[in-house]
Design a protein around this ligand. Sequence first.
Ligand code: NOJ
Length: 517
Amino acid sequence: MPDWLKDAVFYEIYPQTFCDSNGDGIGDIKGIRSKLDYVKSLGCNAIWLNPVYDSPFMDAGYDVRNYYKVAERYGTNEDLKQLFDAAHEKGIRILLDLVPGHTSDQNEWFLQSKKAEKNEFSGRYIWTDGVWEAPPQYRLLCGITPRDGNYMVNFFSSQPALNYGFNNITHPAWQKKPSDPDCIATREALKDIMRFWLNMGCDGFRVDMADSLVKGEDGEKPETCKIWKNVREMLDKEYPQAAIVSEWCNPKVAIGAGFHSDFYLDHDTNGYRMLFRDKDKKTGECKAIFGKNGKGDITKFLEEYLDDLKGTKGKGYISFITCNHDTPRMTKLFTQLEAKIAYSFVFLLPGVPFLYYGDEIGMSYMEGLNSKEGGYSRTGTRTPMQWDNSVNHGFSSAPADELYLPVDTSENAVTVEDCEKDPDSILNTLRKVIDLRHQYEDLQSDGDFEVVYAEKNTYPFIFKRGDFIIAVNPTEKEQSAPFEYDGETVFAIGKTSVDGGKITMLPQSLEVIKLDK
Ligand code: NOJ
């Protein structure tokens, strides 16, 4: 286990829209480098960088054309190396985004694979044995290649699935076992890509659709897990300080497969959605636990969370995110104050937390944008960072109509510059809570989590982390609960009082109490 994960706080950067250093309207690596001190000022000591590889950008870079080359629009491999070096000098680690399940249909491997003539890459992707073979249960693209066969896609049509084989083979003529030499060759190619960037200085990878490798398996996906265990063995041996964080959203399985941490994501009906994004499908009414209308039920979240926590304790972490590039920002549903409480809570939980760029200033989800690079409904979460009150909010010097996506210039648009001046801004609040986390091991990744007060359809929610009590009342009403602890308030949003064996929390408050010894 890389020991730095114990106190890691990540900042996710979407490179397209973070900082444009050369005025071409799109963010770049030099721009990111120029903002490392800012990242550090947040208390973030690690970065997850969305894909920066050469790509036709049909899916914002998750369609990799060349795994070994930085996209020209972001700079060069040398720029990326310099970013790693500069970040390390400041004590910041960087995870790249690894896309193991598919490539772009313009990747050289695929260009070879789709040739009629058999070659080294014929088995690198999943092909049926002839164009007339197209079982409807598979997502196949048919009759569009010189090769006489149909190929499977993993996400969008431009993203052919790499071949790691099948579990439960139903069509033996073309489905290969994971132990087939072609499937092993895919796995080994993946490890080589990882080595290449680790040798250059990256600190590990966020792994895209980590559960999607071997086809034809459900549940715990044992064959996909075997591949990751094999990858982890390589890392433990060759790069013991490199971290891998999975996009799986099934922590017990993902950690068991060798990941150091696994993301909780915004999936239908899961606990993460219940916390921050749940709403009535028909009426749109907020049902999230952190909604001020108090319609959530913390016990439902805890059912899932406590079980995951128990199943992963001592083996790996759960990663909570404020948001990511696929998810509506919380401010789509929440006011700034609701978001401030929710974001603060994320950094008070065990595991490795992730802050999505712009959330620290309460940036909005921008409604009504046309899809950009396969973003569709995700596009509103990917708009340019709002640095200051200069042109394009300091993101780029390009004319506004040449920007990758429009900057939010609405009257209420927040900026770092404005937030810096307000001690109660989300920015300054998160700095305080992250700073507190760094000060005390109890509040870091490995620290315990114990429920103190959590009742069905009731608030507040109170939990203990070692020597700290955290109480939160996200609702608009005053809430109280039995309480028998003494200590000193070390962080607070809103007001709370403890008296006569009872804690009373004013509307929309959160408090961290350091217990007397
Ligand atoms: C998950 C990524 O987060 C998302 O942005 C991407 O579109 C898909 N995987 C496909 O790679």
